[in-house]
Design a protein around this ligand. Structure first.
Ligand code: HEC
Ligand code: HEC
Length: 345
């Protein structure tokens, strides 16, 4: 009896101490976040605004990826979310307000609206507004780019952000082709296995393998399609590149900028692309290519090979690690190649 009492007291005291400790930590964090760095009145307001999106966090953990939501996004719903931005932003080109104009902002170079006085905080974090970067920024502007002058709480719900970004993307009538993370080599393994698991509920390992083979077969079939198309238009594409206006390709190049530079020797996430036309495949020294591209190293990037690669990288070299979905329009690819050629000449 006595022992139980003592034990109860000890446990009780311990729990109490733990609770105080946890509350203390929580309080400290609260003070740190609201008081640190740029805690002007403006920013305080956002604490209230974040309340409308409960459950967003959980959805992010378990639910679909941002890319999946973006592909399926409803721009109409995004227009409603955009109401939160209208006090400071306009979509018309050149129309700066408290914030820079957002015409064509998806895929646009960061802090590039003419005539707008930026803080410099955005440029310090990111170069190009891909949908993913926009999503991260808009979820928590001050957390993403400390010191930013955008006094806005953030849009906490990922689906709201996907819809909003899809709406912004329409502003210039040019749809951003988002790269799916599944195209990345490392990322590919997991979703593929997951997919197999859902499709064939109680699976054995053999089934997973089978699914993988099937997928590979589909990919191969897909790889053949553009090749056939090309043969039909033999010679045609090189002519298209020759006739294309490099200036038109500059826009498509923005989709590559996050990962590639045109200056010799400057590798990023992807290898530098100086003199890419007719350069042997996977030949940049010091860049670690996937074996998928290394296997093709006896070939060169002729305009036709580039055309097929850029249309659908995954189908062209299954298992490669370029997380880019592809540029669907042939004339865009022609202009882009002309641009890369002219930029490094
Ligand atoms: C209170 C005013 C305000 C609100 C509300 C606001 N913004 Fe901003 N926004 C700004 C300012 C100011 C900047 C420039 C920030 C800097 O330079 O650090 C900015 C920058 C941006 C940029 C970067 C643009 C570029 O050229 O690099 C994007 C994108 C953006 N805002 C989108 C949005 C969206 C979408 C919303 C609504 C969900 C929103 N903003 C709400 C004021 C605002
Ligand atoms: C998300 C990052 C990313 C984006 C966006 C991206 N690439 Fe890549 N790119 C890579 C990576 C990584 C590789 C190396 C792939 C491998 O080794 O499998 C690569 C390889 C290449 C190669 C082969 C180069 C060589 O030396 O053999 C070319 C050409 C290329 N990319 C062009 C482009 C173009 C043009 C765009 C825009 C339309 C683009 N990429 C968009 C990451 C990217």
């Amino acid at each position: 009896m006595f022992d139980t009492m003592t034990l109860t007291k000890v446990v009780g005291a311990f729990c109490g101490a733990l609770l105080i400790f946890l509350l203390g930590g929580w309080a400290a964090e609260l003070i740190y976040h609201t008081g640190g760095g740029h805690g002007d009145d403006h920013k305080q307001a956002y604490v209230i605004e974040t309340g409308d999106d409960e459950g967003g966090e959980a959805a992010e953990d378990a639910g679909p990826s941002f890319e999946e939501l973006f592909v399926a996004a409803d721009a109409g719903k995004g227009e409603r979310v955009y109401n939160k931005c209208k006090a400071c932003h306009q979509l018309e080109e050149g129309a700066n307000g408290a914030g820079p104009y957002l015409y064509g902002v998806v895929g646009r170079e960061v802090a590039s609206a003419d005539g707008f006085g930026y803080s410099g905080s955005l440029k310090a974090v990111v170069d190009v507004w891909t949908p993913q970067e926009l999503s991260a920024f808009l979820e928590n502007p001050a957390g993403y780019a400390p010191g930013t002058t955008m006094g806005f709480a953030g849009v906490k719900d990922m689906e709201d952000r996907a819809n909003l970004i899809a709406y912004l993307d329409q502003s210039d009538g040019d749809t951003y082709e988002i790269e799916m993370p599944a195209a990345a080599e490392e990322a590919a393994a997991e979703p593929a296995a997951e997919e197999a698991a859902t499709e064939e509920a109680a699976t054995e390992e053999a089934a997973t393998e089978e699914a993988a083979t099937e997928e590979a077969a589909t990919e191969e079939a897909a790889a053949e399609a553009p090749a056939a198309e090309e043969a039909a238009a033999a010679g045609g594409f090189a002519d298209m590149v020759a006739a294309a206006d490099p200036a038109d390709g500059k826009k498509a190049w923005r989709q590559c900028q996050a990962c590639h530079k045109l200056e010799d020797g400057k590798n990023g996430v992807g290898p530098h692309l100086a003199n890419i036309v007719d350069r042997p495949i996977a030949s940049v020294e010091g860049f670690r290519y996937s074996s998928a591209l290394q296997d093709l190293s006896d070939k060169a990037w002729t305009v036709d090979e580039l055309n097929a690669w850029l249309e659908d990288p995954k189908a062209y070299a299954p298992g490669n690690k370029m997380s880019y979905r592809g540029l669907r329009k042939e004339e865009d690819r022609a202009a882009l190649i002309a641009y890369m050629q002219s930029a490094t000449e």
